[in-house]
Design a protein. Structure first.
Lengths: 518, 224
C-alpha cells in the first residue's frame, strides 16, 4: 500500500484542514503529512532499488526508479514549503496582507497540490497521468491568486488559460499515442493504456503517429514545464504567488511536467530510435537557456528574476536529457535534485524581503538589505552562490557533469553554447543580487523618497508610518523562516559533498532507464 | 456489433453528420457576440458529441461508451451551460466587445483553418474504423478553438473557447480509436473539465470584483 499512501496522506491532510479551524493545527497537519511522505519516499527508493519496479492496485500505480526519484523531490520540497509557510502566513495575517480564510485556503490546497503531483508520477496509465497533471494546475491556480491583487489575478488567469491550452495539446498528443497502439499487441479492441504495457509493444507502435504525438506532447507539457517560447505564464505566476507556493511551483511542479515529457521521450526513443526526440529536447532546452539570460540581466523584480532562473535550469535539464549520453543524463537528474533544494530557499528569502519591504522591485528594496535582514541575506547569499553554480555546492558538480558529458560526446558547439548561457546567467544573478543585498542602506526612509527620481507611491508612506514598529520587531523577526531555509541549505551542502550510495544507485538506474538501457 | 439494426454505412453517415454539425456550431460560435447565445451553442455542440458517442456505443455495443455518453450529456450539455449561464447573469455582462477581427474576417480565417485541418488529418484518414474520417473536423475544432481564444477578450468567451477545444479532442479520440479512451481516462478528463470551469468561474468573479470588468485585454500589468 506504499504508493496509495503517498497519495492518500496528503489528500487526508487537505480534508482535515478543510474541517478544522485552528491555524496551528493546519500548519502541523501539513508538516506531519509531508514528513510522512518523505519517510515513505525513502522506503519507496529502497524498494525500487531492490525490486526494480513496484506496482499496486492491479498495476494502476506503477513506480520505477524515475518515479521514486520524483517522489523524493516532491516530498522534500513540500516539506520545506510547509515548514516555511506557517510563520510566513502568521506574519501576513498580522500585517493584514491576507485574511485567515485565505490562509486556510492555502493549507487546504497545498497538500492537494502535492497529492496530485504524487498521483502524476505514480500513475501507470498515461491518460491518468494527464489528468493528474491537469489537476496539479487546477489545485495551484487559486494559490497563485491567493493575494487577490490585480496582478495576482492576472497571473492566475494567464497561468490557467495558457496552462489549459498547453494541456489540451498534451491531451491531443496523448490521444495520438493511444491511437498508435490500436490493433497492436493482441486482438483486444480496447488495449490498455498502461505505461508498462506500452513499453512492451513500443516497437510495434505506428511510428508516424508517435512522431506527431511527441511533438504535441512536447509543446503541451513543455508549456507546463516552462520551456521557451511557451514560458510566458511562468514569471507571472511564480512572482505573484505567495512565496511557499512559488517555491513549490519552481522547485517541483516544473519538474513533474518534465517527468511527463521524459515518459514520452523514453517511449518515442523505443519506437523511433533516439535521434528525433533528443534533438527536439535539446533545441527547446538550449533556446530556454538563451532566452532566460537577457531577461535576468534586465530584470527589475526579485521574484521574476528567480522565475527566469528556473527557466534557465529547466532548459539545462532538458539539454542534458537531449544530449542523451549516460553522463549528461546523470548530470541532468542530479541537477533536478539540487535545483529542487536550492530554489525554494531563494524564494523563502525573497518572501522575507517582501514582507519587510512590501515590494519585490530592486529599485524599492534598494541596497543594504544585509543591515536589516542579516540572517535572510546570509541564506540568500549561500543559495544564490549555489544557484549560479559556484563550488562547493552541488549545482556546480551537476553542471560540470553535463558539460563534460557533452564534451566527451564531441558535441563541442553545444557545450560551448551551454557554457555561454551559464556564464551570462551567472553574471546576471550576481549583479542583480549585489544591487540589493550588500552596500549601505539609505539613511532614512524619508531621505530615500527624496533621493529617488521617480516617486514610488504606496511603499514609502507605509515605511514612514510603521518604521518605529518595525525597529522593535527587528530582533524577533531575525529568525523568520530560518528552519526551512537552514534545512534546505544544509541538505544541499550535505548531498553536495556526500552522495549516499543508495541515492547514487537510484540515479544511475534512472539514467539508464531514460537512456534506454533498462 | 449490432450490424442488423444499424448498418455500417448508416452509422458512419450519422457520425459524420453529427460531426459536421459540431463544426457548423463552432463557426456560429466564432461569429457570435451575445454571451448567452454562445453558451447555448456550446451546449448544442456538446449534444452532438453525445449523439456521436451514442451511435458509436450502439454500433459496437460497448457499454463503457454509453457511460461516456451519459456523462457528456449530464456534464457538458446540462451542468456546464447552466453554470456558465449563471455566471453570465451574475456578472451582468451579456455582450462581447468588438473582437480583434470582425465576424466576416473571423469566419474566413476559420474556413482557412478548416482546410488546414483537412490537410493535417489526411494521412491518418483510413476508412477501417467508424468515424475515422471525422479526424479532420476534430483538428479543425482544435484550431478554431485556439483562434477563438486569441480573438476574444471577455473571460467567459475564452473559457468557452477552451471547452470547444476539449470537445474537439474528445471527437479526435473517437475518430482515432473508435471506442474513445479507456473509461478511467474519460471519467478523469470529464471531472477535470468540470473542476476547471468551476475554478475559472471563481477567478472570473474575482476579476470582475477587482477590475470591474471581465475584459482580459485589461490584464496587462505583468511584463518582462
Amino acid at each position: 500500500m506504499l504508493l496509495a499512501y503517498l497519495i492518500f496522506i496528503p489528500a487526508a491532510a487537505s480534508l482535515f484542514c478543510l474541517v478544522i479551524r485552528s491555524r496551528p493545527l493546519m500548519e502541523w497537519a501539513n508538516i506531519l503529512a509531508f514528513a510522512a511522505t518523505l519517510v515513505l519516499a525513502l522506503a519507496l527508493g529502497q524498494t525500487v532499488l531492490a525490486a526494480g519496479v513496484l506496482t499496486e492496485w492491479d498495476g494502476f500505480f506503477y513506480a520505477d526508479a524515475l518515479s521514486a526519484w520524483m517522489v523524493l523531490l516532491i516530498s522534500a520540497v513540500s516539506l520545506g514549503a510547509s515548514l516555511y509557510a506557517g510563520g510566513y502566513f502568521r506574519r501576513d495575517v498580522a500585517g493584514n496582507a491576507l485574511t485567515p480564510g485565505r490562509v486556510k485556503e492555502y493549507f487546504v490546497l497545498t497538500p492537494l497540490f502535492s497529492a496530485c503531483m504524487f498521483f502524476a508520477v505514480l500513475a501507470n496509465n498515461l491518460g491518468v497521468m494527464w489528468f493528474a497533471i491537469e489537476a496539479t494546475a487546477l489545485s495551484s491556480v487559486l494559490l497563485v491568486a491567493l493575494y487577490n491583487r490585480k496582478t495576482s489575478l492576472e497571473a492566475a488567469w494567464k497561468y490557467v488559460m495558457l496552462g489549459g491550452l498547453g494541456l489540451a495539446l498534451a491531451l491531443f498528443g496523448t490521444v495520438f499515442t493511444y491511437a498508435a497502439a490500436i490493433g497492436k499487441g493482441g486482438a483486444e479492441p480496447l488495449p490498455s493504456f498502461d505505461w508498462s504495457h506500452f513499453m512492451t509493444i513500443a516497437g510495434q507502435l505506428n511510428p508516424r503517429m508517435i512522431k506527431l504525438a511527441f511533438v504535441f506532447v512536447l509543446i503541451g507539457y513543455g508549456a507546463k514545464a516552462g520551456l521557451a517560447p511557451m514560458h510566458t505564464w511562468l514569471p507571472d505566476a511564480h512572482s505573484e504567488a505567495p512565496s511557499p507556493t512559488s517555491a513549490m511551483l519552481s522547485g517541483i511542479s516544473l519538474k513533474v511536467a518534465i517527468y511527463a515529457l521524459l515518459r514520452f521521450h523514453i517511449l518515442a526513443m523505443q519506437c523511433l530510435g533516439p535521434g528525433f526526440s533528443r534533438a527536439l529536447l535539446l533545441c527547446f532546452g538550449l533556446f530556454s537557456m538563451f532566452l532566460a539570460a537577457p531577461f535576468i540581466l534586465v530584470q527589475g523584480n526579485l521574484k521574476r528574476m528567480l522565475a527566469y532562473s528556473s527557466l534557465e535550469h529547466v532548459g539545462l535539464i532538458c539539454s542534458g536529457v537531449g544530449l542523451g549520453t549516460p553522463l549528461t543524463l546523470f548530470g541532468a537528474l542530479l541537477h533536478m535534485g539540487y535545483h529542487a533544494l536550492t530554489k525554494p530557499a531563494l524564494f523563502f528569502a525573497a518572501g522575507n524581503i517582501h514582507q519587510r519591504y512590501h515590494s519585490m522591485k530592486f529599485r524599492v528594496i534598494g541596497p543594504g538589505v544585509i543591515k536589516t535582514l542579516p540572517v535572510t541575506v546570509l541564506f540568500m547569499g549561500l543559495a544564490a552562490a549555489a544557484i549560479v553554480g559556484l563550488p562547493p555546492f552541488g549545482l556546480f558538480y551537476s553542471e560540470l557533469t553535463i558539460l563534460s558529458g557533452a564534451v566527451a560526446a564531441h558535441r563541442l558547439i553545444i557545450s560551448f553554447l551551454i557554457l555561454a548561457a551559464l556564464v551570462a546567467v551567472f553574471c546576471g544573478v550576481l549583479k542583480q543580487l549585489s544591487r540589493i543585498l550588500i552596500g549601505e542602506p539609505p539613511q532614512s526612509p524619508s531621505s530615500r523618497t527624496l533621493a529617488s527620481p521617480t516617486p514610488v507611491p504606496p511603499v514609502p508612506q507605509g515605511e514612514l508610518g510603521t518604521a518605529p514598529k518595525r525597529a522593535r520587531a527587528n530582533d524577533r523577526s531575525a529568525m523568520d523562516g530560518v528552519p526551512a531555509m537552514g534545512l534546505l541549505i544544509a541538505a544541499l551542502l550535505l548531498f553536495s559533498l556526500w552522495l549516499p550510495a543508495p541515492l547514487l544507485h537510484l540515479l544511475q538506474k534512472t539514467a539508464n532507464l531514460i537512456g534506454g538501457k533498462a | 456489433m449490432n450490424t442488423d439494426a444499424l448498418s455500417s454505412a448508416i452509422a458512419s453517415q450519422l457520425v459524420m453528420l453529427f460531426a459536421a454539425l459540431m463544426l457548423v456550431l463552432q463557426l456560429l460560435l466564432v461569429a457570435q457576440q451575445m454571451l448567452l447565445v454562445a453558451v447555448r451553442l456550446y451546449a448544442l455542440q456538446s449534444l452532438m458529441l453525445t449523439a456521436i458517442a451514442g451511435v458509436v456505443a450502439y454500433y459496437y455495443n460497448a457499454p463503457h461508451v454509453y457511460i461516456v455518453a451519459v456523462l457528456t450529456l449530464a456534464g457538458k450539455v446540462v451542468f456546464l451551460p447552466w453554470l456558465l449561464n449563471r455566471i453570465v447573469r451574475d456578472i451582468k455582462i451579456h455582450k462581447e466587445v468588438e473582437p480583434l477581427l470582425n465576424a466576416a474576417t473571423s469566419t474566413l480565417i476559420c474556413l482557412g483553418l478548416a482546410v488546414l485541418g483537412f490537410i493535417v488529418a489526411r494521412p491518418f484518414t483510413t476508412l477501417e474504423r467508424l468515424g475515422s474520417n471525422t479526424l479532420a473536423i476534430a483538428v479543425t475544432l482544435l484550431l478554431t478553438g485556439f483562434f477563438l481564444m486569441f480573438n476574444r477578450r471577455k473571460a467567459i468567451t475564452q473559457v468557452l473557447a477552451l471547452l470547444t477545444v476539449e470537445n474537439g479532442i474528445m471527437l479526435a479520440a473517437i475518430a482515432l480509436t473508435s471506442y474513445g479512451m479507456p473509461l478511467v481516462v474519460e471519467i478523469g478528463i470529464f471531472f477535470d473539465v468540470l473542476v476547471a470551469v468551476m475554478v475559472l468561474g471563481i477567478l472570473v468573479y474575482r476579476i470582475r470584483e477587482s477590475f470591474d470588468s471581465v475584459d482580459t485585454a485589461k490584464l496587462t500589468r505583468l511584463k518582462g
